[in-house]
Design a protein around this ligand. Sequence first.
Ligand code: UTP
Ligand code: MN
Length: 471
Amino acid sequence: MGAARRGFLAALAQRKGFSVAQEYSDAVTHVVSEQNSLAEVLGWIEGKTGCGVQRTGRQKSPHFLDISWFTESMSAGEPMSVEGRHCLQGDRTSSSTDKADHSAVLPYACQRRTPLMHHNSQITDALEILARAASFRGSEVRYLGFTRAASMLKSLPYKLQSVEEAEDLPWCGGHCKSVIQEILEDGVCREAEALKASEHYQCMELLTSIFGVGVKTAERWYKDGVRKLDDLKDPKFKLTTEQRLGLEHYTDLRLPVTHEEADRVQCMIREALQTFVPDIQITMTGGFRRGKQQGHDVDFLITHPDNSALTGLLKKAMDWLDGKGLLLYRHRKERSHAPHRLNRNMDGHETCYSIFALPIGDLKSERDSVSSGVARSIGDSSGVSSPIWKAVRVDLVVTPYSEYPYALLGWTGSKHFERELRRFSLQEKKMTLSSHGLFDGDTKCSIAATSEEEIFAYLGLDYVPPSDRNA
Ligand code: UTP
Ligand code: MN
């Protein structure tokens, strides 16, 4: 295995009182490897030591074991008794056979490369409609099933030609298979078309596209008879501040944020932050880091090697921007005091969810093409013609330097890639991954990492660059 993963596993074992030898010797009782055959391991030791490993039929030691023995022993806190399923097999282990087969598609999205542009968008579009419709109906299981199938198809480096080809692919059984077949044969999925045309689906799409509105709220409103945005003007609907602003700036917030706009937001934020900490580090994350040219918002990560430089910084910077009339909304969430106790899907970083009033020159034509937007002015008392602005959603996250690689990995997305990375960590490695760290199941100790590459290596995964995380 790679040096980083070996180092991590060795440190874990030592913490639990196991003795880990740096080199092979007769004193070694257990040899653990990952995705190798017995022949490969024996050959490797022979190459290192210059002599073969002496094993007679009766000799029990050393055992040549798969990583499963190691993870089980770490969970148990003591060496597990060796069973047949732990032992390396003569030629190739079953997992290495799978991986050597180039047609085999690995089951977790974080084990695959998923570029932005792919070859099966007609099928994935239909599957994503079914996934969204399932989530609108509150069915997480069905949502995940369709999402996993769509994500897997996005990673294929070729266009699927027949339903038979899909047979061996993960997540493509049952309902998904019939969708694939229908699209390949008829060019259309009737179920997806019917859903898309249904009142419930259209309404839920409309309502959940309002800033601050999730599926549960949208469903409640739908049941209360809301069918269009104007219906929410009825005072019987008590809107949160976010929802009220979401409605007020609905047209703007539905417009995609362009890369050029994201860059300008970054300049504004950098200027605000540098007013207080000149050498602050700021990174654009989210979809833009994955190579998207447009987004629904802009996400930033802020850090500094000196933790004390970060204290109070976000509040000061946001006050500074507000003073210049550049903010329409902000909600700051303090850092959680015990990030390792959080649920793996929760994020305890100090975060500011905001809406910027991004000054912009020629927005009118863009906005007119969407709806009859109104040009507005801000904070201008000079009588000179005022700038026009566009409401843009911006998320700002402050992370301690030591957690930066984890926060970067967690905030780069895509959402499905993140979900899969966390599922892989837990199910395959018995560790909890969050945007604060990688936590050993028992000790709750996080493993220090200095880069995203190291985190992938700790997990025994090939590194996936951001542009291939569009799962
Ligand atoms: P986004 O929702 O911004 O998605 O979350 P995106 O990929 O950038 O796509 P668009 O273009 O804006 O629609 C970005 C990443 O940040 C994480 C999500 O899991 C996702 O991976 N995130 C977002 C959090 O960890 N916590 C949050 O509260 C929000
Ligand atoms: Mn985003």
